[in-house]
Design a protein around this ligand. Structure first.
Ligand SMILES: Cc1ncc(COP(=O)(O)O)c(C=O)c1O
Length: 446
């Protein structure tokens, strides 16, 4: 799905840099003009809405925009929080080459944490980066064979591994005597408060390598196998980076989370230091990656980590509103058109076309999109965000007319790119211009 430039040709719509004229029908109020020139990040809701409406006036929603002032502000804030550690961009949270290039061009950013090997091959072929770590193990035999056959890709791409079974699969797919493949060992960063026993596991279910000894044993196993070179270690503390410590209206949960995160960070700091010490005694490492948007300052303070990862914080989705230490600006929004007034033209309810884009993870209200502009709207408790229509409720709905647009935020950063072929870039007061998402480039990596 994509916003269609009203009245433009298909060719213009498909072109990455297609721009369009701004409709003369929308008045240029002074507040909005000032907001555009002074930087949208500090503007009020009405001014932002006016700028977004005006910048996309020639387009028909559904459409998605990226507010570049907010994106750049967020990128600078992530780098500030990283305190000098380079940030590897978590591409799953971006899924758009223009935005990857834009952030990689900034100081403080180096390399990409890809989510699939096929994606890494695509980014390598397009020249996005020559430092592409695939953050999750792969079982894609075709992509592994392509990697093995491509010397430039082999130099640039690093695969994730935590068990011998994954290496067996790579051997089978790449063929006997395959050239050297770069590997990153994933160390489990979860917290197991009961003396390391797996029964109580706080964190994501990722690597089986939890203790320093397990990590060292796997390192020896890699070193003993031809065709692999261990170059890095990654340990992602999802229970700190991905869980907001200030969930709105839930003070008890917030207090419990903060406590858990504090204990977990101090346990991980010691365990990671020892694991890295043991691994480095066996193999030279190019990098030790850790963290995510929610944990940058905590992970940056861990001396055994050489680089961080982050992506979501660039886009500012709603799940990242719930942190005390930082607040990204909403950079990624989508617009839906008002198509119905189910209780008449002045009632506080309007129905939008489409819009049901829930986020992955444990199903719950926090995974639903949130109406954003005009301010004060909410989803209906009985319908939520629907497959083909989304009612929004609230006083602000009274003033909406058929054809007006409502701006929404997604709960997560990357998944919206699977719904739209292009993102429209909003910059100051200029007309929005389109850049393709991965989907818009005909790519779908899962
Ligand atoms: C391995 C890894 N590192 C870092 C991140 C953080 O990404 P983000 O900053 O987009 O939350 C994730 C997210 O799931 C991840 O899986």
């Amino acid at each position: 799905m994509s916003g269609n430039p009203a009245g433009s040709t298909a060719d213009q719509a498909a072109h990455p840099d297609a721009s369009h004229g701004v409709s003369a029908g929308i008045p240029r109020d002074t507040t909005a003009a000032v907001a555009a020139s002074a930087g949208l990040v500090t503007a009020g809701a009405d001014a932002r809405r006016a700028v977004y409406d005006r910048a996309t006036a020639g387009l028909d929603p559904p459409l998605a925009i990226v507010d570049l002032a907010a994106f750049d502000h967020n990128a600078a804030d992530l780098a500030r929080r990283a305190a000098g550690r380079p940030i590897r961009v978590a591409s799953k949270s971006v899924r758009c080459r223009y935005l990857l290039d834009r952030v990689l061009g900034r100081p403080g950013y180096a390399g990409v944490l890809c989510y699939s090997l096929r994606e890494a091959l695509f980014l390598c072929a397009r020249g996005t980066s020559d430092d592409l770590v695939v953050g999750y193990p792969t079982a894609d035999r075709g992509a592994i064979a392509a990697l093995a056959a491509d010397p430039a890709a082999r130099r640039s791409i690093t695969l994730m591994a935590d068990s011998a079974g994954q290496l067996d699969l790579i051997d089978q797919a790449a063929g006997t005597g395959h050239p050297e493949i770069r590997l990153c060992l994933e160390l489990d960063a979860s917290w197991r408060p009961l003396a390391g026993r797996a029964a109580v596991h706080i964190g994501a279910r990722r690597s089986p390598l939890h203790s320093p000894e397990q990590a060292a044993a796997f390192t020896r196993a890699v070193l003993a196998r031809p065709g692999f070179r261990l170059v890095g270690v990654m340990s992602y503390e999802a229970q700190i980076a991905g869980l907001g410590d200030a969930p709105p209206g839930r003070p008890v949960r917030a207090a419990a989370l903060r406590l858990i995160q504090r204990f977990s960070a101090s346990e991980l700091r010691e365990r990671r230091a020892e694991a890295i010490r043991q691994i480095r005694a066996l193999a030279p490492l190019e990098f030790v990656n850790g963290g995510g948007t929610g944990s940058l300052e905590v992970t940056a303070a861990d001396p055994s980590v050489t680089e961080l990862a982050a992506g979501s914080g660039l886009m500012g989705p709603t799940l990242f509103d719930a942190y005390r230490r930082f607040s990204p600006h909403p950079a990624l929004l989508y617009a839906l058109p008002v198509v119905r007034r189910p209780r008449g033209p002045n009632a506080p309810v309007a129905t939008l076309f489409s819009g049901g884009y829930p986020a992955s993870g444990p199903a719950g209200p926090d995974r639903l999109p949130s109406p954003y502009l005009p301010a004060g709207l909410k989803l209906s408790a009985t319908e939520g965000a629907g497959e083909v229509q989304t009612p929004v409720l609230g006083a602000a709905a009274s003033g909406l007319r058929i054809g007006d647009r409502v701006w929404l935020r997604h709960a997560k950063a990357g998944e919206l790119a699977e719904r739209f072929a292009e993102y429209y870039l909003v910059e100051g007061d200029a007309p929005a211009r389109a850049v393709p998402t991965y989907r818009g480039e005909g790519q779908c990596f899962g």
